[in-house]
Structures are given as C-alpha cells and as structure tokens.
Design a binder for this molecule. Structure first.
Ligand code: PLP
Length: 402
C-alpha cells in the first residue's frame, strides 16, 4: 500500500473531490450488463429482458452473428494483437484492407485507423495546423474535438452552436491566417440535431476554408446509403476531412479513423501522435468493423429499418404530448427541463423494464434536462410501443404530462 505524507495528502484530496462530485449530484454510476449488447439486456443483480434504449448500437450490429463470426475468424487467423505500433511491426493485411474499405465507403482517397475516434480527434489538429493557421469550432462539439484543438497551436475561434452568422463573422476575422478549418460534429449527440453542412460548406467556399466533420453519430445510417451527414445534405464533395468511430454503428467494438485526401493521411501516418505511439487495432476488432462495412455496402435495408423505427418513436411520443429534440435522428432526447424529474423518470422507466438515461447539467445546459432515447434497427415495433407506453405512464405519474 502507498504510504507516507504525500500519499496520505493525495488520498484526502481525492476523497474530498469525490465528495464534491457526489454533493453536486453529478456522480455517474455504471450499471453492469450481464449479457451481450442488444435491444434486450440482462443486468447484473436485476431481471432479464430489460429493453435497452441507451446504446449507440444504431444498426444492431454489435451482436450481429456475421460480425461476431468475422471477429472470431480474424482472431484465429491473425492472433490476439500486434504487440506493436503500426510503423514498427504492427501492420497486417487486414488493417490495410479495412483502411481501403473505409475510404471506399466514404468515397475518399485514403483512410487511417486509430484505437478510437477520441484518438483520431486528438491526433489530427496538431498534425495539420500550425500557429499560422486557424480552426473554427462549434461551441457544442464533442469533448475529443475540444481536446484535440487544445493540443494544437493554431488560432482558435469558437462559434455559437450551428449559428451561421456567428461562423461568418469568425471566418471574416480569420481571413488573416494562412489556412482556415471549420470543425463540427455532423450530428450532435446530446440534442440529436444535425449540423447545417450545406450552409457551412457555402461559407467555407466563400471564405476559402476547409471543412472537418466528426461523424460518430452519423456513419452507417444517415443519408440514402448511410454514408453520413455529408451524403444526407448533398455535400460529399465539399467536406474535406471526416473522423468517425468503429465503436458505435459499425459493429460497436472499438476503433476510429480519419478519411480524406491522400497527402493528409500520409502526413498523419508520419506525425499524428496517437497513431505513432499507440498499439495497432486488435484483429478481432478489425474483423468486426470490416464485416459491418460489408453488410452496409451490400444493402441499405438495415439503415432504412432504423429510420422507420425512429420515425415511429418520434411521432408516437410527440402525439403523446412529449417534446423530442432534433429531427429524423435516432438520438431522441425527451425534453423535460427539470434535472430531478429526468432522474426520477429514468429510474421509474427502469422499474418498468426500460433502460434509458437522464442527462442534466453540466452534461447539458441548466434547465434543459432530458432523457436521451436511442433507437436501433433491432428494436421491434412492439419494443418501441412498449417504451412509448411506459413513458406515457411515468410522465403522467410525475407530472410531465397532463
Ligand atoms: N466524437 C463523438 C461525437 C462521440 O460521440 C464520441 C463517442 O462518444 C467520440 C468522438 C469518441 O469515439 P470513440 O468511442 O471511438 O473514442
């Protein structure tokens, strides 16, 4: 055991910090799942058959039999892992194949894999931008974009969430710099709203800027062929750089990537620190993502099924009297306002066998507490209806509905 005055002082400080978090009511506890990820879960210490509405398993591929089989085959053929970073002794044919497949899926020149999209976001800005350049970032961008931008030495501009007037003003101000990069989430995970990429790309053209999007909550299901926000909004040829994850719709294991112009990808292989100094993706993880992309490139039926279920949930909840934020996105935030109401309603939903999570300040702005529901292609219509019925009952009980 650690001993000495410094260790004792550290322990006291940590305990006091933990107490502050508990006192602020922002303590995050983790429920333990005793089954595979999917629409029906068994929770440790709880009953089976819990209906799950809070995973990013949008297409239900996390436990798809073909995805699991592909992982097992990759594990057997290529081993547990590489014990190396990519450039020393850690590149296998499956890594190159997956990068080629990702680039083809997004219709880009090349792609580079990371251990996560968090790493992809941590690695891109510092490698690409210098103090001569500027980055313009939506104020509600994901934490990993914010951290990635912190690591770079470019001039930083933060524009108001999806506010094109503010972005234009910041672009005008940034004309003095060599290069301008606008960075935005394609779809924002707390609100289920979609960045106005058409307008962003028009402004980028007007002010000679590049556009970067984080597609973690879009890849695989937004747009007619699931290519993402850029396909949905008809700007695939105008967005220069895409970062996304393999850990949500694309099989749900782990991993992230950047896809875009070949010289950019080549530069990232030389300079991007999370790529250079971290282990290669394990073969089983590569196998999952590769199979997920095959399934999506064969047919858009899974994505369409998810869209239909999203529509069913959104319209039934709206008819029941709830306000659902965002539009046409499987992230369906049920807006409640009050933090306590969101917490007790989420708890009561679980008592009725429906697993949903309440979010309140500081994760979302004060007074905008909500329960975030996420729809998956593998929910049945009956699952959706059961969820709406439970919300209606619980909403009436706690005064969220008349
Ligand atoms: N970007 C966004 C918008 C996300 O929601 C997430 C995951 O929460 C990430 C990046 C990080 O992705 P990963 O889990 O692959 O690190």
């Amino acid at each position: 055991a650690a001993s000495g005055a410094a260790a004792a002082q550290l322990r006291r400080r940590l305990e006091s910090e933990l107490e502050d978090i508990r006192g602020a009511g922002t303590w995050k506890s983790e429920r333990v799942i005793a089954s595979r990820q999917g629409p029906h879960l068994r929770l440790e210490g709880g009953g089976a058959g819990i209906l799950n509405f809070c995973a990013n398993n949008y297409l239900g591929l996390s436990s798809h039999p073909e995805v699991i089989r592909a992982a097992v085959e990759a594990l057997e053929k290529f081993g547990a892992g590489l014990s190396s970073v990519r450039f020393i002794c850690g590149t296998q044919s499956i890594h190159k194949d997956l990068e080629e497949k990702i680039a083809r899926f997004h219709q880009r020149e090349d792609a580079i894999l990371y251990a996560s999209c968090f790493d992809a976001n941590a690695g891109i800005f510092e490698a690409l931008l210098t103090p001569e350049d500027a980055v313009l970032s939506d104020e509600l961008n994901h934490a990993s974009i914010i951290d990635g931008i912190r690591l770079c030495k470019a001039n930083k501009y933060r524009y108001k969430h999806m506010d094109m007037q503010d972005l234009e003003a910041k672009l005008q101000d940034a004309q003095k710099h060599r290069l301008r990069l606008v960075a935005t989430d394609g779809a924002f995970s707390m609100d289920g709203d979609i960045a106005p990429l058409r307008e962003i790309c028009q402004l980028a053209q007007k002010y000679d800027a590049l556009v970067f999007i984080d597609e973690c909550h879009a890849t695989g299901f937004l747009g007619p062929n699931g290519r993402g926000t850029d396909e949905l909004l008809g700007v695939m040829d105008k967005v220069t750089i895409i970062n996304s994850t393999l850990g949500k719709a694309l099989g749900g294991a782990a991993g992230g990537y950047t896809t875009g112009p070949k010289p950019l990808i080549d530069l990232l292989r030389q300079r991007s620190r999370p790529y250079l100094f971290s282990n290669s993706l394990p073969p089983a993880v590569v196998g999952c993502a590769s199979k997920a992309l095959d399934l999506l490139m064969e047919s858009n039926a899974i994505a369409q099924s998810m869209a239909a279920k999203t529509q069913r949930f959104r319209s039934k909840m709206t008819a029941a009297g709830f306000t659902i934020s965002g539009k046409d996105h499987p992230i369906c935030p049920v807006m409640l306002g009050d933090a306590r109401l969101a917490a007790v309603m989420a708890e009561d939903m679980l008592n009725r066998g429906i697993y949903v999570i309440g979010f309140s300040y500081p994760v979302v702005p004060k007074g905008k507490a909500r329960i975030r529901v996420q729809i998956s292609a593998v929910h049945s219509d009956e699952d959706i209806d059961r969820c709406v019925e439970a919300f209606t009952e619980v909403g009436r009980k706690h005064g969220a509905l008349p």
